[in-house]
Design a protein around this ligand. Structure first.
Ligand SMILES: [Zn+2]
Ligand SMILES: [Zn+2]
Length: 303
């Protein structure tokens, strides 16, 4: 059963908000309508689950007592990390097939600033469709599935070494447009599963910026580093679990880890649901563009 609850929730709240009243009163009213809506939607969904057969998140085949059918489950279990010859930071193929623990070329030229970056899947069919349906269609079934799978994966990799969870922020205009923050919703569930506090406002975009997905690869690092800021949270000496949905160039992870490290974070381990199949190539492209920028600046400075 797929639903698009958040956009509908936003519409109902907007329609029922009184046009007058203090900001506080309007905020209380908004929270009350949201709570009533969530409760009614949960009851409706439970009823539908009892009456209608559930569908596989990937292929829409009928399933009972599971999120994905057996065939899709087998496909989804073949994860990136299980590839051989992985770089021990970004878990991509390393420089040389006979040196499995050596850093890959992109980690040598453009360090991510994290101890490890691990991703569950490659961002291609069927994972790409599932993530889009979750992010843009408010598919809560997918959200629960992702939270469950990522929690299990993190738990197996970390063995309780994190003090707090931080997520890559969303631009204010994107959150307003969707009416919700899908990554934040997923991180709240992961926080409960791992019994580790989550701080959704640890990193922020104080103003709207151009969406990363609309930018050429080379501009993503510049865009992220220029706009992301750190909230007022004490992170000195803390081990941080940094979570994002998709890593395309690692620009968001790099910008976040730079801010968190400057503020005194001890160790940062990053996890994403998926990463671009061209992750290494994208990073090298971004890295080359950054070096070209620096060369131009140095030349201008000499004149
Ligand atoms: Zn399936
Ligand atoms: Zn690497």
């Amino acid at each position: 059963m797929r639903c698009s609850r958040p956009p509908l929730r936003k519409k109902i709240i907007e329609m029922s908000l009184p046009s007058s009243g203090s900001r506080q009163a309007r905020s209380r009213f908004r929270n009350a309508v949201s709570a009533v809506y969530d409760y009614s939607a949960a009851v409706a969904e439970e009823t539908c689950t009892l009456l209608l057969p559930a569908q596989c998140l990937c292929c829409s085949a009928s399933v009972s007592h599971s999120d994905v059918c057996t065939q899709c489950d087998i496909r989804l279990r073949s994860r990136i990390q299980e590839k051989q010859y992985s770089c021990n930071t970004c878990f991509e193929p390393a420089l040389h097939p006979h040196s499995p623990q050596a850093p890959c070329l992109s980690c040598m030229l453009f360090p991510l600033g994290v101890v490890t970056l691990q991703s569950l899947w490659s961002y291609q069919h069927p994972v790409e469709d599932m993530i889009k349906s979750w992010k843009y269609g408010g598919n809560e079934h997918a959200s629960r599935y992702f939270a469950k799978e990522l929690s299990r994966f993190i738990e197996a990799q970390l063995k309780g070494e994190a003090d707090l969870i931080v997520s890559i922020p969303s631009s204010p205009s994107a959150t307003r447009g969707r009416g919700y923050f899908p990554l934040g919703d997923m991180c709240r569930v992961i926080s409960r599963n791992l019994n580790c506090p989550y701080f959704p406002l640890a990193l922020r975009f104080p103003r709207s910026h151009r969406s990363q997905s609309s930018l050429p690869i080379a501009d993503r690092v510049r865009n992220m580093a220029a706009t992301m800021t750190l909230g007022s949270l004490e992170i000195r000496g803390k081990n941080i679990l940094l979570i994002d949905d998709v890593a395309t160039t690692g620009a968001s992870i790099h910008a976040a880890s730079t801010l968190l490290t400057r503020a005194g974070a001890r160790e940062i381990r990053a996890f994403t649901l998926a990463r671009s199949p061209r992750f290494q190539a994208n990073r090298l492209k971004a890295c080359l563009s950054r070096q070209t920028d620096e060369t131009i600046k140095t030349r201008r400075g000499r004149r």
